[in-house]
Design a binder for this molecule. Structure first.
Ligand code: PGA
Length: 247
């Protein structure tokens, strides 16, 4: 795995943006897996800049988001559909019909998850998956203990994740307790993976992912099994790595 340690959030956006842009320029109908949360925002700012200042074209880009809360309508300002529209899609020339976020209001979640997987397969799989990491090592909402072969499905969120996400809601009671997430097996099938991490709170999870054993205790450690992963992290998020990963 490659590790790029950056000095600022802006640099993280630029490093990750360059990888995504290179793929998009090389392949029409580039299929990108996207993440929500605070971490990928600098990347989305950079993609918007590339569109506005360097004519980067999103008209044939296809996206699949990692996850979505269950029972939160897409119109809710904490839904991941709302996040993606506001942080990226509304600012570039992407075709909304080519953007996919799991439907947290589906009345048949199991079938919806199977269809989501089939849609990814129909477009030939993901070319590039963008990930953040939870303090507990989760990727998507694959919490510790998730099967490394898991597929898109409904999951329960851990107390740690609910607590971490409560900063976005008025009360912790308002944080949804369940979500739909792509599986770890789904994520690992992406051609290329970019993992983003910032802040000291992520340092232990980043170290476990890169240097710990491949274990369901740290779902992100499954990335060690993938041939093309780039971690783009700030210095504080990399502070618990051994020197071989720093430069
Ligand atoms: P964050 O979330 O980017 O808001 O820290 C990351 C995650 O939990 O996967």
């Amino acid at each position: 795995m490659r590790v790029v340690v950056v000095k600022s959030l802006e640099d993280m956006g630029k490093e990750a943006g360059a990888i995504v842009a290179e793929g998009m320029r090389a392949k029409p109908h580039y299929v990108v897996g996207l993440a929500t949360g605070d971490t990928p925002k600098p990347l989305y700012r950079e993609l918007i800049r590339l569109h506005k200042e360097e004519d980067m074209d999103f008209s044939t880009t296809v996206t699949f988001n990692l996850d979505e809360y269950l029972n939160l309508p897409a119109t809710h300002d904490q839904s991941y559909r709302y996040f993606m529209d506001h942080e990226l899609f509304n600012h570039v020339n992407i075709v909304k019909a080519n953007t996919h976020v799991p439907d947290g209001m589906s009345d048949d979640v199991e079938t919806h998850c199977m269809v989501y997987e089939a849609m990814i397969e129909d477009v030939g799989g993901m070319d590039c998956q963008v990930l953040g990491i939870g303090r507990n090592g989760h990727i998507g909402f694959n919490e510790p203990g998730s099967s490394l072969a898991s597929r898109t499905r409904a999951v329960d969120l851990t107390d740690d994740t609910i607590e971490a996400n409560s900063r976005m809601f008025a009360n912790i009671e308002d944080v949804p307790k369940r979500a739909i997430t792509m599986g770890i097996g789904t994520i690992l099938e992406s051609e290329k993976i970019i993992m983003l991490a910032t802040g000291p709170g992520k340092a232990a999870a980043v170290a476990a992912a890169l240097e710990g054993p491949v274990s369901v205790k740290c779902p992100a450690s499954a990335l060690q099994l993938h041939p093309d992963v780039t971690f783009v992290i700030t210095e504080d998020a990399g502070s618990r790595l051994t020197l071989k990963f720093r430069r």
